[in-house]
Design a protein around this ligand. Structure first.
Ligand code: K1U
Ligand code: ZN
Length: 180
């Protein structure tokens, strides 16, 4: 297994629309295994392939505290959403350190394929409903900050760009120290 690099907002690759998976086999199984390792290590409760720069419709979710309820959703579709909405303070591994309220349907029914290509349906509520909708947005190139006001979004973008410049400077200084 391998840890994958998670793209950070505002990386433009986060806005690519992922393509449906058409081939089920060892390559997809390896991708799911690597994504699971990456998600648990982060740590996170979900991860979309888009976030690791793979633009195929694959999402992982595990909202358990014990890391024993991993579900892999391939080509997920929302086939029903409740009229009732809920607001949840969402986070994102691609937007580290930022949490803010997003309103979404409180319950959804999702139809997807598993890692072998078998179709299944799952009724989602609570954090599972929030998380699967958030991850499916990633597959459509949408990051949760796009639900926030332009003012908040710009502040987040500038904060993360500043952090990125700081990380690049640190890496350059470490490399220079290594050469001495
Ligand atoms: O980056 C992602 O898409 C994963 C994201 C999923 C998510 C969480 C909460 C609301 C909406 C979507 C995360 O996992 S952020 C990290 C996080 O919330 C968390 C991490 C460890 C334990 C519990 C929560
Ligand atoms: Zn996310």
């Amino acid at each position: 297994m391998a840890l994958l690099n998670i793209l950070r907002y505002p990386d433009p690759r986060l806005h690519k629309v992922a393509k449906p998976v058409t081939e089920f086999g060892a390559r997809l199984e390896q991708l799911a295994a690597d994504m699971a390792e990456t998600m648990y290590e982060a740590p996170g409760v979900g991860l979309a392939a888009t976030q690791v720069d793979v633009h195929e419709r694959v999402v992982l979710v595990d909202v358990s505290e014990t890391h024993d309820a991993l579900t892999v959703f391939v080509n997920p579709e929302i086939v029903w959403a409740s009229d009732e909405k809920q607001v949840y303070d969402e986070g994102c591994l691609s937007v580290p350190g930022i949490y803010d309220g997003v309103e979404r349907p409180a319950r959804v029914k999702v139809r997807a394929q598993d890692i072998k290509g078998q179709f299944f349906e799952v009724d989602c509520d609570g954090l599972l409903a929030v998380c699967i909708q958030h991850e499916m947005d990633h597959l459509n190139g949408k990051v949760f900050v796009e639900y926030l006001s332009p003012l908040k979004r710009n502040r987040i973008k500038n904060k993360l760009l500043k952090e990125e410049r700081g990380m690049e400077r640190d890496a350059q200084m470490r490399a220079a120290a290594g050469r001495r």
